[in-house]
Design a protein around this ligand. Structure first.
Ligand code: BGP
Length: 480
């Protein structure tokens, strides 16, 4: 794709804003390890050794790679220094809820947990890096999941707000950018991972799911309101798993099916940005016999809208009204259909740089709010080799190609007039995969010597993409 673009003279980089937030992203549960250190309680991730598809365990088991992660808990200084060397302006991390409230429903926070993030934010500041903080990234305290059934229970709103108030008050002078729920729409597909809902996925009705979603939407809006009160200068955004949906054919039936499928996703951003349920949901709820239980204050709470929309972008999908084609489809992530014109990575995620431009335009047209790409990247198996100076490295040209192709499209979107605040590449340091819980699916500019059998020194090595991204940031996107 890249070569093709260059031949056509399209590789001219567009102007990025001077204050563009270049950086990378990780999440606590996929990197920190130290799963029971300093008073941390268990999170749902500590009993998910196989990621989305595998069974949940009763107790943490040694085959769960997340228990050690990449030991960011102890190596954050070294890691942040490496990110600073690349010139990072922003570093997206998440706070592990169960470090602050080990069970989730206590009244007093765990001071040692709070101190850890103090140290991380101070280290960022020392290195001139702006922290971007996800409040809840797939890491509901396990106790809340087991005892309350996660977000299915309205009580979660109170527990969440207590946690949010604690971290806003504590870090108000250290953190300006906050994201409420990571990929909030993913609860539709992964209710345990995303919403801490312990009840078996197959037993959940649409009614259950949309009730849990309502609780999260109210909680998110309450966090926005509270955040603005405690930190008048803060910017608080929602975060959605952004997947553009294309009609598989130009058949009007397929186009309508596509519209519906896209709404399944943008519904979440609609509520966050417009402060109310969109009109089309009335019909959806009616047709699916869903009745959302709302408290009288909920409508007012939802009017506290976000300052920006953040998104992850990995792939696009197709949709059709033809059920036979649907069940035959191989690219069935989110129940979507593979695009015959695109290639996929080893895990079936179809690579579509132009889809990012398309999505950014769609979202900006819809909301006129700044957008922040807080995840993008390609998972790949990396091989550690020695360079000519005997230094260990990874020759990850495939990663550079992927990121370059996507950044070119961000440039196109900027040229289209879209306001993009920043770009944080996913898994800037190798970490444990969310969906498969493996380490062999790597995203980083920095290689971490740790493997799925638990072996490895945890040493960090700079990949070829490390030097490439450093130049990208240095040149503010001119050198790709
Ligand atoms: C997003 C999650 C991340 C992350 C990324 C890559 O859905 O927000 O936590 O891991 O996808 O997915 P994976 O790790 O499964 O490759």
């Amino acid at each position: 794709i890249n070569l093709h673009n260059r031949e056509r003279g399209l590789c001219v980089m567009k102007e990025f804003p001077a204050d563009f937030l270049w950086g990378g992203a990780i999440a606590a549960n996929q990197s920190e390890g130290a799963y029971n250190a300093d008073g941390k309680g268990l999170s749902i991730q500590d009993v998910m050794p196989k990621g989305f598809s595998g069974p949940i365990t009763e107790e943490p088991t040694p085959d769960n790679m997340k228990l050690v992660g990449i030991d960011f808990y102890h190596r954050y200084k070294e890691d942040i220094k490496l990110l600073a060397e690349m010139g990072f302006k922003a570093f997206r991390i998440s706070i592990a809820w169960s470090r602050i409230f080990p069970n989730g429903d206590e009244t007093e926070p765990n001071e040692l947990g709070l101190q850890f993030y103090d140290r991380v934010f101070d280290e960022c500041k020392k290195n001139g890096i702006e922290p971007i903080v996800t409040i809840s990234h797939y890491e509901t305290p396990l106790y809340l999941s087991k005892m309350y059934d996660g977000w299915l229970n309205r009580k979660l709103i109170d527990f969440f707000i207590r946690y949010v108030e604690t971290i806003f008050t504590r870090y108000k002078d250290k953190v300006k950018y906050w994201l409420t729920f990571n990929e909030i729409n993913s609860i539709l597909y992964e209710p345990f991972c995303s919403g801490g809902i312990y009840t078996d996925k197959d037993k959940l009705t649409k009614q259950d799911l949309y009730q849990a979603i309502h609780h999260e939407l109210v909680a998110s809006a309450m966090a926005v309101k509270l955040g603005h009160e405690i930190m008048p200068n803060a910017k608080i955004g929602c975060m959605i798993l952004a997947v553009p949906i294309y009609p598989l054919s130009s058949k009007p039936d397929d186009v309508i099916a596509t519209m519906q499928k896209q709404r399944e996703i943008v519904f979440f951003a609609d509520v966050h940005a417009r402060g109310e349920y969109p009109a089309y949901m009335r019909r959806f709820f009616k047709e699916h016999n869903i009745e959302i239980k709302m408290e009288p204050e909920d409508r007012e709470i939802l009017t506290h809208t976000v300052d920006f929309i953040s998104l992850s972008y990995y792939m696009s999908l197709c949709e059709t009204a033809d059920s036979a084609q649907k069940s035959n489809s191989k690219g069935n992530i989110l129940g979507g259909i593979a695009n015959p014109f695109l290639e996929a990575n080893e895990w079936g995620w179809q690579i579509d740089p132009q889809g990012l431009r398309y999505m950014l335009n769609e979202l900006y047209d819809r909301y006129k709010l700044p957008l922040f790409i807080v995840e993008n990247g390609v998972g790949a198996r990396d091989v550690l080799v020695e360079d000519e100076n005997g230094q260990k490295t990874v020759l990850d040209d495939y990663r550079i190609d992927y990121l370059r192709d996507h950044l070119l499209q961000v440039g196109e979107a900027l040229e289209d007039g879209v306001e993009v605040m920043g770009y944080t590449a996913w898994g800037c340091i190798d970490l444990v995969s969310a969906s498969t819980a493996e380490l062999r699916k790597r995203y980083g500019f920095i290689y971490v010597d740790r493997h799925d059998d638990g072996s490895g020194t945890l040493e960090r090595y700079k990949k070829k993409s490390f030097y490439w991204y450093k130049r990208v940031i240095e040149s503010n996107g001119k050198s790709l």
